[in-house]
Design a binder for this molecule. Sequence first.
Ligand SMILES: [Zn+2]
Ligand SMILES: [Zn+2]
Length: 252
Amino acid sequence: MLEICALASGSNGNCYYVGNEKDAVLIDAGISCRQILKRMTEKELNPQKIKAVFISHEHSDHIRGARVFEKKLKVPVYLTAKTYLGTYKNMQPAWPRFFEPGTPVAVGEFQIHSFLKNHDASEPCSFLVEYAGKNVGVFTDIGEPCENVISQIALCDAVFLESNYDEEMLRTGSYPYYLKQRVASSHGHLSNVQALKLLEENAGVHLKCVFLSHLSAENNTPELALAAHQPLTSRFEVRLTSRREAAEVFVL
Ligand SMILES: [Zn+2]
Ligand SMILES: [Zn+2]
């Protein structure tokens, strides 16, 4: 049994749960520890099962709650050395555990695979959580799909995939020019259309569910993101995530 849940997803906070009967890991802790615990309780997920937190990169929407979570629950926080150095001092974990991108880390019966991605951070990583022959991908904050993401998404049974912005909304929206450029750049975020293309061309036959993740509050709407991915719904489930509340728990 493998349970997965987007506890928070979006430009103001990301936290993804992957757990079996015994153990669980969090990928990113970009909301407060309090919120993580509250949302887990609401979904009947047991925080005591969490054995590790993995941080994808140092942007605060991915690491904000890690330090308090580490302290309160005595759970190790894994990040790369460069990510640690790029993190604001007040958000750095007190007892960091370092991993090398490309070298898997074992947590209970899970293997956490990490690989570099295109994003404007020190050493940003995507993750593939492997357990009992099943793989869950966490691919957000990717400016464009690199070879790593393309090859790893083919292995996924479920994936949290960024679908950050609608190209038209970004173009005509209120963001200043430099920020529009940043979001759309090869080291910014993935648009609805880019996410669709990535899935259309590379999703494997065993993919069961895609969670549209890290939606922009300014440049996207849940309706537009879902509509963009409509062509895929005959192949697998497409679900939304939210920045305000935990999404439904999905059992693989
Ligand atoms: Zn982010
Ligand atoms: Zn980021």
